[in-house]
Design a protein around this ligand. Structure first.
Ligand code: HEM
Length: 395
């Protein structure tokens, strides 16, 4: 019996697991062992990753019995969770949200995001404070406040939905707890949708309630699922990306100095940080619905595939000197937000939060420094790479 290497699950703070660089020059596509007897194909090269993510013969249907889930007993597909669906359901549901996430629409939120950044920094430095945990004071509240405002979910309930989110996304989580967390979150959001049908406000939950649920285009369960997906996807990813970006810049002083000297570099620096850090590191999971040949390897119908975005984004054939963080690099085309039909719907929002959040932080606190060694930071236990706390000081 052939034994396959395990899917790497441990990675250094700012880099992909070392196995990926070693594998890049070997077989183009290989099988890896995950849990049970699942041995999905692992995709590490940039071109293969794009090919697979754009190919409709690879399904995102998480209900397929052989789907390579991140852990055994992952909660099944549920109404509204369109990231785990294929067309036509995926298209029908995603289309309802597009107007709220266009670049132009998100651009109009710049002022609100800037206010959030300024208020959070005022609170963090209030009373002459000179140190803080940047995750709790800035990196997490920034995207949480922004997504709550966009959706119309009360920010005061963040303790509740953060706890449910952790139970749902923890890699080592217990299936019964994950299911209970999902039910509690759905109950809470369903009640919010129902309130907004009769008493709408200027927010996305109200728009879904009045324009889609009340008209019968979406069921209340679908609206609830979509809101829960946006709420969960909309804060942890950006928060983790934010904290790691701060560490990466503090560890690469020349890059930070370049940004201090030229503010206009921030948009390209954000793209490069997204490429370099690639926080969605449990891989994009798919299942082949037909036999497909990729780079000379036959992937059989019913076989699982894991696209390792963090490896593809460090593929030297796509990005020369891929391990170097270079704010001036043209990192466009990176895969940190995925590719194809399921490419991140929140990417304009995430970019705005990162650009405004990072530039405001470093402009306001130019002496910002870490007060713990990067190696000592506790890593996140979820499917999104990040740190649990980030002790910093200024002055
Ligand atoms: C999808 C990454 C922020 C909502 C994705 C995917 C990736 C990703 C890689 C593709 C998943 C797949 O193909 O299966 C990120 C990163 C973020 C971020 C790195 C921050 C730095 C956000 C935000 C929101 C959001 C702020 C919400 C406002 C979604 C949703 C999907 C998605 C709903 C599913 C799209 C679909 O299946 O059509 N994201 N995301 N994400 N993201 Fe994001």
């Amino acid at each position: 019996m052939t034994t396959h290497p395990p899917l790497p699950t441990i990675r250094p703070l700012l880099d992909p697991a070392p196995e990926y660089a070693n594998w890049q020059s070997g077989e183009p596509i290989r099988r890896v062992a995950i849990w049970g007897d699942h041995t999905p194909w692992l995709i590490t090269r940039y071109e293969d990753a794009r090919t697979i993510l754009a190919d409709p013969r690879f399904s995102a249907d998480a209900n397929h019995p052989a789907f390579p889930h991140t852990r055994p007993g992952a909660p099944p597909q549920a109404p509204g969770l369109f990231h785990q669906m294929d067309p036509p359901d995926h298209t029908r549901l995603r289309r309802m949200l597009i107007p709220d996430f266009t670049f132009r629409r998100i651009e109009q939120l710049d002022g609100a995001i800037q206010r959030i950044c300024d208020d959070l920094l005022d609170a963090m430095t209030a009373g002459g404070a000179t140190e803080a945990d940047l995750v709790a004071s800035y990196a997490l509240p920034l995207p949480t406040l922004a997504i709550c405002e966009l959706l119309g979910v009360p920010y005061k309930d963040r303790g509740f939905f953060r706890a449910k989110s952790s139970a749902l996304t923890s890699v080592a989580g217990n299936p019964a707890e994950a299911m209970a967390a999902r039910m509690a979150l759905y109950g809470y959001l369903r009640a919010l949708v129902e309130r907004r049908v009769g008493d709408p406000a200027d927010d996305l939950v109200s728009r879904l309630a009045t324009e889609r649920v009340a008209t019968g285009e979406a069921t209340p369960e679908e609206a609830t699922g979509m809101i829960s997906l946006l709420l969960l996807a909309g804060h942890e990813t950006t928060a983790n990306m934010f904290s790691l970006a701060v560490v990466a810049l503090l560890e690469n002083r020349a890059q930070l100095d370049a940004l201090h000297a030229d503010d206009s570099l921030w948009p390209s620096a954000v793209e490069e940080l997204l490429r370099h850090l690639t926080v969605i590191h449990s891989g994009i999971r798919r299942i082949a619905t037909e036999d497909v040949e990729v780079s000379g390897v036959r992937i059989g119908a019913g076989e699982g595939v894991i696209v390792a975005l963090q490896a593809a984004n460090r593929d030297p054939s796509a990005y020369p000197d891929p391990d170097v963080l270079d704010a001036r690099r043209d990192a466009s085309g990176h895969l940190a937000f995925g590719h194809g039909l399921h490419q991140c719907i929140g990417q304009s929002l995430a970019r705005a939060e990162l650009r405004l959040g990072l530039s405001t932080l470093f402009r306001t606190l130019p002496t910002l420094r870490l007060t713990a060694s990067p190696d000592s930071l506790a890593l996140s236990t979820s499917t999104v790479h990040g740190v649990q706390t980030l002790p910093v000081a200024w002055r």
